[in-house]
Design a protein around this ligand. Structure first.
Ligand code: UDX
Length: 450
């Protein structure tokens, strides 16, 4: 099938979530012809109408540019997307199942659809798994599904690679354009060389690229997320110790620790715990994967336990300020699991709100982007349309997401509007000296005044 002479210039992306759409707009912004395939008709319509189907800074503008210049279009037919392109990236979601193991149904359906399309296609095609999948999935699940449906043979008739993605929500486009590293897991040499060529051309050879086997590449993603989650749980555990010692501040401690280049300062911010669609799910999936394979993973268990406890700890700090919580108003600033996204998946805000509502406090939230919560169990959680409205009459305010808008608040903003000016800073955005001087201020990782 002459794989070596095929330029991989026409790209299909199967799945239009954060990873899929960021990959699609970035390739198309550099004049690769891209088809983004989604079974969700509303999303396809939105993309073709140059609108991002979800909130992500910069995505709307990038989409506008790519769709207008005709280098990007959305399709609901995966068959069409595959048949008109040379390479397909699988970027569908891999959620967790109730038991914490990975749910591969979308990966399987994408692989089968690609297989069916390849059966009718004469030319060589490269399939690249970008979705986060546990080691062995590309070889043992994706490959057989494609081969079964296409009657073709991997490595001979079509190419197969694993190419994990490390972008963060909130900076998805920037991260896709400027990654720290590229990981290419290859089923066979030709597949790896083709993907390497494509990525080298796109990044102009400026990004370190590591080639390895499929399973190692899949594992890099889990090992990276596990390490970052471990750093956060470590910082949160240190914060809890710091809180018990008068005069100690975890922010200063972590600044000191992070100056060691062997450690580095990133992901050492103690707070309300990690949320989002990746860390909680991926650490659980890796823990369960390890267990299934007879490996011990006590560290991963501890990382998850510390994380669960952290949201409860923040709720406890709030309750300790309220006295009898019934009927008292708590202003909760920030709902999204982190700034610059509207994503509520595994958001610490919801875990904290659950604890406060269970204690019969009235919880009122404000988030610059999340304006309502469409979950029946949070009917009692009120949403305000400004910080001020959220603070009015509150007996305690807890900062859960470190949006820029909140960083500009001064002690006066709280004193002016609240029934009792008490602030629990779960993201360490305020200056303790300034705030302690003016109101009752408690913060994650901050010991009493000495
Ligand atoms: C993460 C990884 O960073 C990314 O490489 C991977 O591809 C997907 O998962 P994301 O979930 O988008 O990205 O956000 P990230 O910025 O990593 O934050 C995750 C959670 O950790 C957030 O809830 C954030 O508030 C929390 N966090 C992060 C901390 O509590 N402290 C920190 O120091 C850093």
């Amino acid at each position: 099938m002459l794989a070596h002479v095929i330029p991989m210039k026409r790209i299909s992306i199967i799945g239009t979530g954060y990873v899929g759409l960021s990959t699609a707009v970035c390739f198309s912004s550099r004049e690769y012809h891209v088809i983004a395939a989604t079974k969700n008709e509303e999303n396809a319509r939105a993309i073709n109408a140059q609108r991002a189907p979800f909130y992500e800074p910069g995505l709307d503008a990038a989409l506008k540019h790519s769709v207008r210049s005709k280098f990007l279009r959305a399709e609901t037919s995966r068959a069409k997307a595959v048949s008109e392109t040379d390479v397909s990236f699988i970027t569908v979601a891999t959620p967790d199942q109730p038991d914490g193991t990975i749910d591969l149904r979308y990966v399987i359906s994408a692989s089968e659809d690609i297989g069916r399309a390849l059966q009718k296609k004469d030319a060589y095609h490269l399939v690249v798994v970008k979705s986060t999948v546990t080691p062995g999935t590309t070889r043992e699940v994706v490959k057989p599904a494609i081969e079964r449906e296409s009657q073709l043979v991997a490595g001979r008739d079509f190419g197969l690679c694993a190419n994990p993605e490390f972008l963060r929500q909130g900076s998805a486009i920037e991260d896709t354009l400027h990654p720290d590293r590229l990981i290419v897991g290859e089923f066979d040499e030709t597949s790896g060389a083709l993907l390497e060529d494509l990525l080298d051309e796109f990044y102009e050879g400026s990004v370190p690229l590591l080639k390895m086997g499929l399973e190692s590449a899949e594992m890099v993603k889990y090992a990276s997320n596990a390490f970052l989650a471990t750093k956060i749980s470590y910082a949160n555990e240190m914060a809890n110790v710091c809180e018990t010692v008068p005069g100690v501040d975890v922010s200063q401690v972590m600044a000191g620790v992070g100056l060691d280049p062997r450690i580095n300062p990133q992901f050492l911010n103690a707070g309300a715990g990690f949320g989002g669609s990746c860390f909680p799910k991926d650490v659980k999936a890796l823990r369960n994967f390890a267990k299934r394979h007879g490996a011990q993973a006590p560290l991963l268990n501890a990382v998850l336990t510390v994380n669960e406890a952290q949201a409860r700890h923040v709720a406890q700090l709030v309750l300790s300020c309220l006295g009898e919580p019934e009927g008292k108003k708590v202003a909760l600033l920030g709902l999204a699991f982190k700034p610059n996204t509207d994503d509520l998946r595994e958001a610490p805000s919801l875990k904290i709100a659950t604890q406060l509502l269970a204690a019969r406090a009235c919880v009122c939230a404000y988030d610059p982007v999340v304006k309502k919560i469409a979950l029946s169990e949070f009917e009692a959680l009120k949403c305000s349309d400004s910080v001020q409205a959220c603070l009015v009459g509150a007996h305690c305010c807890v900062v859960v997401t470190e949006w820029e808008e909140f960083k500009a608040l001064t002690p006066d903003d709280f004193i002016k509007h609240m029934a009792e000016p008490i602030v629990v800073d779960a993201r360490r955005i305020f200056d303790p000296q300034e705030f302690r001087h003016r109101l009752r201020y408690m913060a994650v990782g901050l010991g009493d005044v000495r």
